[in-house]
Design a protein around this ligand. Structure first.
Ligand SMILES: Nc1ncnc2c1ncn2[C@@H]1O[C@H](COP(=O)(O)OP(=O)(O)O)[C@@H](O)[C@H]1O
Ligand SMILES: [Mg+2]
Length: 209
């Protein structure tokens, strides 16, 4: 039977991730709405604990910028305004994790899983996560921070209308991820100064070692 010509096809990776699975380094999912401070806190964690910081959005943007065949296929999908297949995001994460394996003490997976299904797929194909950290911030504070970030970030999605949509998507799809992980998830109130937030992040991470 002919394939649905509209279904986006992107080449799947064939890399062997056995070494990654066997190393069994701690994997930490970092959750929070747009502007909740994930990037800010991850930078501090990297500095103090030597974990590897991976953001799925950055990996996608890098792949497109690389001009690879897969990057071109992604560009087409994104230009049609369609969703990038889950498998492709997971492939990019696997490849990045494997390439950092020899120098990594563990992985911070920032802004992922975006929905419960992604988390289930990641954990079954790689390894279960050790911990989930969720940065809780009110919509008003996230909006104010992003409007401020938009003054200098150059990110096309840091504007009022897109911010509202991103907050909606976060509430609908990503908050259920927090519930899904139950007691594996530490909720950290993240409206205070970054250093104060990091104090609580450190306490959560110390429970791992
Ligand atoms: N605890 C905080 N207090 C005040 N501003 C913050 C705090 N954490 C981050 N910010 C600012 O908010 C904006 C969004 O932070 P960022 O780390 O990029 O969030 P995310 O990666 O979750 O989208 C940035 O301009 C950042 O400097
Ligand atoms: Mg970020």
């Amino acid at each position: 039977m002919a394939k649905n010509p509209k279904a986006p096809t992107v080449a799947r990776s064939t890399i062997d991730i056995t070494p990654l699975r066997q190393a069994n380094l701690p994997i930490i999912f970092i959750l929070g709405g747009p502007g909740s401070g994930k990037g800010t806190q991850c930078a501090k964690i990297v500095e103090k604990y030597g974990y590897t910081h991976l953001s799925s959005g950055d990996l996608l943007r890098d792949e497109v910028a690389s001009g690879s065949e897969r990057g071109k296929q992604l560009t087409d999908i994104m230009q049609r305004g369609e969703l990038v297949p889950l498998d492709v995001v997971l492939d990019l994460l696997k490849e990045a994790m494997l390439s950092k394996l020899s120098t990594s003490k563990g992985y911070l997976i920032d802004g992922y899983p975006r929905e419960v299904a992604q988390g289930i797929q990641f954990e079954s194909e790689i390894n279960p996560c050790a911990l989930v950290i969720y940065f809780e911030v009110s919509d008003d504070v996230m909006t104010a921070r992003l409007m401020n970030r938009g003054l200098t970030s150059g990110r096309v999605d840091d504007n009022e209308e897109t911010i509202r949509k991103r907050l909606d998507t976060f509430h609908k799809h990503s908050l259920p991820v927090v519930e899904h992980y139950g007691s594996k998830c530490r909720t950290i109130s993240a409206e205070a100064h970054p250093d104060e937030v990091f104090q609580k992040v450190s306490e959560a991470l110390e429970t791992l070692s």
